[in-house]
Write a protein that binds this ligand. Structure first.
Ligand SMILES: [Zn+2]
Length: 338
């Protein structure tokens, strides 16, 4: 439905205009066509269904197997539809036992696709020594996504509410904590200056985020939609998933889904009362996911466990709802101060 909107068509027409790009494609066409004529597709390049990343080479030439529009599944259970429009995509899943990441990089010029995975069922090398978590107000560690929004952008987003009484303000709280650098480390509850990136809430929508039932990334629709949906086919440890579509170093769309099925959510201290055992703080999870939306990646290691971008959130832990020093330093590294 969204694909047929006049706005999308305008974008498509605009995208088709640059003469240089068209000429380059035309020059490339006879070569790849000639090379492809007699070649049989490799055995892993199945005509239907999801394709297993572990069966493929890490770098795939489109001439060997045109993956665009196909679903690729990583060994860590995460999946993504390879974008047809030349963008790349990263899928992040936040799990009760850690996190997982699947990245599909599309190189339009080289006509190749590179697939990488991290986390969850993938072995992570030798187990690290446990180190006591640092004070998050002093721990300046961070890792960045390969893409970010253009500095100074106002990211417009819509909210997809849940149907089962999920905490309604948690997503906007999460977005605000990131763009306004909310923290418990300073007396006025903000790091200063705030990063040079802002967000605008554009209202509720009935359209779901482009996250499928397995917590994988679907086809993008050019709208940033964050909210609650059932992820019936996701692994039981999955709390939330965020998809980031990017063009080279620039993020162009993000969607965020929080799991409504089989998970208990808490609206946080501000809602009064105490956290029911086994519930997850919705603002904490949403702030972590919003960190991905704005370009922060996971920071691993037990000493960084108190940062928002640590790769797991424990039940009833509301700590990630406010930023630590490393989370803030990462945002300033991405955007500079406002
Ligand atoms: Zn995450």
């Amino acid at each position: 439905m969204e694909d047929c909107s006049p706005e999308t068509r305008r974008h498509r027409r605009a995208a088709a205009i640059p003469a240089v790009a068209v000429a380059a494609l035309a020059l490339g066409a006879p070569l790849s066509a000639e090379a492809g004529v007699h070649r049989k597709p490799p055995s892993w390049c199945k005509p239907r269904g999801a394709l297993a990343a572990r069966a493929m080479p890490s770098r795939i030439r489109l001439a060997d197997c045109d993956l665009r529009g196909r679903t690729v599944r990583g060994a860590n259970g995460l999946a993504a539809v390879v974008p047809k429009d030349g963008t790349s995509v990263t899928a992040h899943a936040l799990r009760t036992d850690g996190s997982a990441e699947l990245r599909v990089r599309v190189d339009r010029r080289a006509k190749t696709i590179t697939i990488t995975t991290r986390g969850a069922r993938e072995p992570q090398g030798r187990p690290r020594q446990f180190r006591a978590p640092l004070d998050p107000c002093r721990d300046g560690a961070y890792r960045l996504e390969p893409s970010k929004w253009t500095k100074g952008t106002t990211v417009e987003w819509r909210y997809h509410p849940g149907t089962g009484g999920q905490p309604g303000t948690s997503v906007s709280t999460g977005v605000s904590s990131v763009v306004n650098a909310g923290t418990d480390c300073t007396a006025d509850h903000r790091f200063s200056p705030a990063p040079a990136i802002t967000a605008r809430y554009a209202g509720e929508t009935g359209t779901e985020p482009n996250v499928d039932g397995q917590a994988g990334c679907g086809q993008r629709d050019r709208a940033n939609i964050f909210g609650w949906i059932p992820l019936p086919d996701a692994e039981p440890e999955v709390l939330a998933a965020t998809c980031i579509w990017f063009n080279g170093p620039t993020t162009v769309e993000t969607d965020m889904a929080l799991q409504t099925q089989g998970k208990k959510w808490w609206a946080g201290k501000a809602s009064g009362g105490t956290c029911p055992a086994g519930s997850y703080d919705a603002s904490a999870v949403a702030t972590h996911e919003a960190g991905h939306v704005f370009g922060l990646s996971h920071i691993e290691g037990s000493q960084h466990a108190k940062l928002t971008m640590a790769p797991s959130v424990a039940a009833c832990d509301d700590g990630p709802a406010t930023l630590g020093k490393g989370d803030y330093d990462g945002l300033i590294a991405l955007y500079g101060g406002r």
